[in-house]
Design a protein around this ligand. Sequence first.
Ligand SMILES: [Zn+2]
Length: 149
Amino acid sequence: MKAPLVAACPCGSQLSYAACCAPLHDGLAAPDAAALMRSRYSAYVLAIDSYLLATWHASTRPQQVAADDPAAAPKWLALEVRRHLATGPETAIVEFVARYRVQGRAYRLHEISRFVREAGRWYYVDGECPSTPLKSSRAAIRRPRSADE
Ligand SMILES: [Zn+2]
């Protein structure tokens, strides 16, 4: 699926796709981990599996992104980036909530993702639920949980 460049970017930035995630999908290095996170979400929406794999750190990258059963593939609805924090010169975390639907049921993914920069490019490493503290950034997750959880 290829998005029209003038359409609103799937990541919810309010920018056009051309002014937001498209350049990253075309190979431009993401300026920071939050931008990479948004572009990866857009790539999920647009099913650009090659981009998802290319921005996945080699140590945690899966063989494939697509679900074996297409009926079980999530339909992504919305992204909310809650927090972006540098945890070191080449590391960062991004906390987000993504909403999606699978076979008519609505789900909500709340994750703190870890990113690392190598040779000027950011990569997604892994993620955890906010209730499970990240060892490298324990202080960062000490915040009251929002009421909708
Ligand atoms: Zn975008």
